[in-house]
Design a protein around this ligand. Structure first.
Ligand code: PLP
Length: 410
């Protein structure tokens, strides 16, 4: 247990982070949610569960992921900065994980819970297909049948990931209600779950959903921050001054931030997708451009119109295209512990290309949003300060989008 005034003690027993979080679900789901919570509490203190999780992280996922000094990017920003400015930049290399992003950390944790609970079928929602692929991967690894709910429009846009899921043995079920995208897929998965709770486990892809999901997803992803902390102490003998991470639902960001929340000298910035600009209305910045409401079983900031209807999110990066944000981020935003800034499609594209050219690393467009924040932050901080950026995924999946934006033919 942390100290009583620790920022790491939430959620409370009802799943609240201040006014956010909770569990706004159909009555039929309550027994299962309570069951899941009970099982998670037991798993959390069971050394056998930790041994199993750690073993898979090491041998299947390839952890620990490296902490890497981005020397040329550091030099680049120093050249354009005032004398004595230009922070030292490190990357946490989550893009080197099996399946190419951080999402697998969470999927491994949840499927181990499913097996512990005796569940024999897996369901999940996906937008871009990244969480669908990570879920189909672990379902294959553990031999469980798996159904992925995906908006019909997203299926059209994300053919390579749809085919990956099928290769991995998953059934991809098109969702034709609403806007036929991520929020509808999530609603449909919840609906399926109500009818199949006796044998089915729902693997949620980000630190959102009804309690205890935001907590357990955060805990599984906290391997990112816990490793980073130890690696940074080894490399520099001290903690970083600033953490940067992109925020879709917020799982890679909270996974990096959470182990540092009680370190007052470590600043944190979550980067939201500003799409074509906040004023254009075409963005995915729930904190900057949204307001509190209820979505997918929890209270949080989300994009909505005057009638409280959820509006569609836009980002060039499909993985940030979610109209809500995990409830812990809403709380960290209102309490001021973490700052949240918007980055546009164009800024992310520029950062993507810069990282390719200077570091020989093709970052995901999601991660490129975090990298784009370096443009001001690295230059204004002192040369003896340290920034740690979470490179949440690799960008091979994004080359068609980037080519189109650059007007290139491939
Ligand atoms: C899905 C995804 C994200 C956004 O999801 P979070 O839950 O906010 O982490 C970020 N980066 C990559 C590479 C992703 O695949």
């Amino acid at each position: 247990m942390n100290a009583p005034n620790s920022l790491r003690n939430l959620p409370d027993e009802h799943g609240h982070f201040g006014q956010f979080g909770g569990r706004y679900v159909a009555e039929t789901l309550m027994p299962l949610i309570l069951d899941l919570e009970r099982e998670y509490r037991a798993a959390k203190v069971d050394p056998a569960f930790k041994t199993q999780f750690d073993g898979l992280m090491k041998h299947y996922v390839g952890r620990p992921s490296p902490l890497y000094f981005a020397e040329r990017l550091t030099q680049h920003y120093r050249e354009g900065a005032a004398a004595g400015r230009g922070a030292k930049i490190y990357f946490k290399r989550e893009e080197l994980n099996h399946t190419g992003a951080h999402k697998i950390n969470n999927c491994i944790g949840q499927i181990l819970l499913a097996i512990r609970m005796g569940k024999t079928r897996i369901i999940a929602e996906t937008g871009a297909g990244q969480h669908g692929v990570a879920t189909a991967t672990v379902a294959a690894r553990f031999g469980l049948p798996c159904t992925i709910f995906m908006g019909a429009k997203d299926i059209e846009r994300q053919q390579p990931n749809v085919f990956r899921m099928k290769l991995l043995g998953a059934e991809v079920r098109p969702v034709t209600s609403g806007s036929q995208s991520l929020k509808d897929a999530m609603n449909e998965a919840l609906r399926d779950w109500v009818a199949t709770v006796h044998d089915t486990f729902y693997i949620i892809g980000t630190a959102a959903g009804p309690h205890p999901y935001p907590e357990l997803v955060r805990d599984f992803q906290s391997v990112i921050g816990t490793e980073s902390r130890a690696q940074m102490l080894e490399a520099e003998g001290r903690l970083p001054d600033l953490l940067l991470a992109a925020v879709g639902g917020g799982s890679n960001a909270i996974g990096l931030f959470h182990p540092f929340l009680d370190d007052p000298d470590v600043a944190m910035i979550g980067v939201e997708a500003a799409g074509r600009g906040i004023d254009s209305g075409e963005h995915a910045a729930s904190l900057t451009g949204g307001a509190p409401g209820i979505l997918h079983g929890n209270k949080t900031y989300l994009l909505q119109d005057e009638d409280g209807q959820i509006t569609e999110a836009h980002s060039i990066s499909a993985g940030l295209d979610y109209p809500g944000i995990g409830p812990e981020h809403s709380w960290l935003h209102e309490s001021g512990r973490v700052e949240y800034v918007p980055i546009t499609d164009q800024q992310a594209l520029d950062a993507f290309q810069l990282c390719c050219k200077l570091e020989g690393i093709i970052p995901a467009l999601e991660s490129s949003h975090a990298l784009a924040a370096l443009e001001t932050k690295a230059r204004e901080m002192n040369a003896d300060q340290i920034i740690l950026v979470n490179v949440s995924g690799r960008g091979d999946k994004d080359i068609y989008t980037v080519a189109q934006a650059m007007g290139a033919e491939i």
